[in-house]
Design a protein around this ligand. Sequence first.
Ligand code: DHE
Length: 548
Amino acid sequence: SKPQDQYEPSLTTLAQESIPVPGSPEGVPTLTQAEYDDANKIYFERCAGCHGVLRNGATGKALTPDLTRELGFDYLHSFITYGSPAGMPNWGTSGDLTEEQVTLMANYLLLDPASPPEWGMPEMRNTWEVLVPPEERPTEKMNDWDIENLFSVTLRDAGQIALIDGASYEIKKVIDTGYAVHISRLSASGRYLLVIGRDAKVDMIDLWMEDPSIVATIKIGMEARSVETSKMEGWEDKYAIAGGYWPPQYVIMDGATLEPLKIVSTRGNIYDEQTYHPEPRVAAILSSHYRPEFLVNIKETGKIQLVDYTDLKNLKITEIEAERFLHDGGLDSTKRYFITAANARGKLVVIDTKEGKLEAITDTGGETPHPGRGANFEHPDHGPVWATSHLGDDSVALIGTDPEGHPDQAWEIVESFPALGGGSLFVKTFPGSNHLYVDATLNPEADISGSVAVFKIDEMKADEDPEFITLNLAEMAEITNGQPRVVQGEYNKEGTEIWFSLWNGKDQESAIVVIDDKTLDLVKVIKDERLITPTGKFNVYNTQNDVY
Ligand code: DHE
């Protein structure tokens, strides 16, 4: 069932204080309202980031009552006390929870999940911390790092990022961040690196410090995926924004301190049915280069908000009817158009960020488009195009992005051709490169998920499926255990090398494989015991300048 189906009974139950705690079936110990409230607080602060706000599981196991009652109180109690090698912290033996609290939580998990609490300004301010105030930060870069060619690498299950030098492949530093950290983005100046975890913790790292470190931190909710900064000329580094999955809202923050300034709820009506949705999650957020605006994808209601940040007190929001479910996307090569996937409907939505309006909605012809930020290149016959691959099938779709030079093909799917297989998450190329790379991360076949397809752009022809070369990166990296999955290519600053993660299990060997973009030769396999579950990689210069 959909999460929203489950909210309604618990929301109404919780509203009536006189009735028993929700979901106490026979044989399950009841809790007093005070105990229940304590447990709720602990759950949402400590557990929800991993096990999900509705206990449906995410990084951690599902903890719905059908499962927990099967496991029983004793099992839960010892699991919470001692943890597990698979990543469950040892809350009891570490002293983070008292014996009474462990008992309380084991009982709590036998009950039906509660509706998750709200997270407003008081909660944000409580978790907001400026570790190094702006006036104590350096006024120029104090280290000898080549920060423009630095990669911020997500170490997913470790809740860390690794900062890796793009030329020497040396791991300069590993920094603890939010739980199951998701993406990194850069401030317009390239100085501040912002990282967001699934637990909605945002960390801001100052790359100018002698020893780049977190200078500000805040938790903007219980679950989140996206963070971005203001990039319009005159507004560089002024604001940051983060979007929540729970609560469904986004928050605009001060760009130097992460002080929360303005919270906007995304609850509202689905664009076409005009029926209320209690939980429209915030997916991708991009920054316009043409207007002082953030583009905010609101997943379930199928709306894109253009949020004008020039006057937070008199906030102007343009709300565009788009499609469902909005997920990820990126800019075209001119940075004027935002192209984003409405994955449930197999569509791409195009926004003109200069005019601030919907430009087109186009069917990709494939199932569940998942472009990441997409890939821009010049097709020999069709001119400028932007590519997406698909999660649900093996197809790559190219959409024409040149309304001036190729008006008859603008925002049309000009080509669709097969790559390695279904389960693709990301496509990548670089301005001037002759290669388009397509992964198949979630494909069940190890040979496929461990490989990447490489297309030669100059050999592409209209109405002809291009051939591709298969690079088996898992073999190149000589990883012998698990099923290392190739995920998300990312170029170095010069665009001469492309890095891929080989994402393996938490206790298995992972790696980053670096390929020469011209020759497709293996340049380097980065292996290190600290590289636990590497996934996303964000080159500072390319991320700062939206080069893809
Ligand atoms: Fe992501 C981007 C949501 C699972 C790696 N992911 C995004 C964005 C969203 C999102 C909304 C766009 C952010 C932006 O641009 O502002 N991701 C989700 C999910 O809801 C989902 C499907 C399930 C979940 O429980 O989180 C999910 N994502 C994953 C993974 O399992 C991946 C492969 C590995 C990981 O690290 O968790 C993963 N997501 C990424 C990466 C990006 C991303 C690497 C950024 C791509 C880029 O090039 O910008």
